[in-house]
Design a protein around this ligand. Structure first.
Ligand code: MN
Length: 320
């Protein structure tokens, strides 16, 4: 039996291509791209984000972002305006109701722990999560830059939610493909008030969101609107229940799904240095800060990028 030439070519090229983040490694000619792990994340080099970027450099940055879901740039001493200008390549900058804003910049937020302050992370943010899933259009991503970091520790870890989904059995995929989740941010402020003062989160004091904008229903499996690739979009932060399920049933399945994201082979971990800038996807990637430092200041500033309304498997097939 003869084998056609095209079959030989296909098998040869797949053997040549490294798989990272679940897909064959793209070719980059204009920027340096060094994967951080086999699961997600890449360090980008050869780019000065203070300068205007040429279209072909920008195309490769976008390709790296889509492929690796989190991209890391070192030594980027940007002004807030330069930070915003770079952010706008990825999408529109948006506000979120809960995170404290950075100085006079209402369109930037800050994550800050002073050296004298205790760890005050609420348990749901000690786990992998996506930011603000309770909004109708949760953020597409976050662009974050370090102003001050501990000498050791205070990393941010990421978990690739495409890979979590892709490793599920076909039967479990069929179950979660149909599920919808109620996410709510309505209780952020009242829950914070119940904590002892030293445990409270630093929250934004006022915002322009209406109460009904803080709770929404989203698919448990999120589909990339262009590629159709599926990822698990179920995690504990702001989770209320699966639609049509009791709270007990919901918690049991959620705990299982959340546990999958903890597996190390879905992760990468980024060590911050002063002027490290990270762009991460908030749709198909989970993140968490690692609060393993004490008596040191950690100060990160960020923009938040507006995302699309999440679409699930049935929305995607209807749109085709
Ligand atoms: Mn977060």
């Amino acid at each position: 039996m003869s084998v056609s030439a095209s079959n030989i070519d296909a098998s040869a090229s797949s053997a040549d291509r490294t798989i990272v983040a679940g897909l064959p490694m793209p070719e980059f000619r204009k920027i340096g791209v060094e994967p951080i792990s086999g699961a997600c994340g890449a360090e980008i080099s050869g780019v000065d984000l203070r300068q205007p970027l040429s279209p072909d450099v920008l195309d490769e940055i976008m390709l790296a972002f889509e492929h690796f879901l989190v991209i890391v740039f070192r030594d980027q001493d940007l002004t807030p305006e330069q930070h915003k200008t770079f952010s706008r390549h990825f999408g529109e900058i948006t506000e979120i109701p809960q995170a404290p804003t950075y100085g006079d910049h209402r369109d930037m937020q800050e994550v800050r722990r002073e050296a004298h302050e205790p760890e005050n992370v609420v348990p749901s943010f000690e786990s992998f999560h996506t930011d603000s899933p309770f909004l109708l259009q949760p953020p597409l991503g976050i662009v974050m830059r370090a102003l001050a970091v501990p000498k050791f520790g205070g990393d941010t870890a990421f978990s690739n939610a495409y890979l979590v989904y892709e490793d599920l059995s076909d039967s479990m995929k069929a179950l979660v493909d149909e599920l919808q989740i109620v996410y709510s941010g309505k209780h952020i402020w009242s829950n914070n008030e119940k904590l002892p003062p030293e445990k409270r989160l630093r929250l934004r004091e006022s915002h322009d969101f209406r109460e009904d904008e803080l709770e929404n229903i989203h698919p448990a499996v999120r589909v990339h609107p262009r590629t159709g690739r599926r990822a698990l979009f179920a995690n504990t932060a702001y989770f209320q229940r699966f639609v049509g399920w009791t709270e007990d049933e919901s918690r049991a399945l959620l705990n299982y799904l959340q546990s999958l994201a903890q597996r190390l082979h879905y992760h990468c971990r980024v060590k911050w240095k002063k002027d490290t800038l990270i762009v991460w996807d908030n749709r198909f990637l989970l993140h968490r800060g690692v609060h393993d430092f004490k008596y040191e200041r950690r100060h990160l500033i960020r923009t938040t990028l507006k995302g699309e309304r999440p679409i699930g498997p049935s929305d995607f097939s209807q749109a085709k």
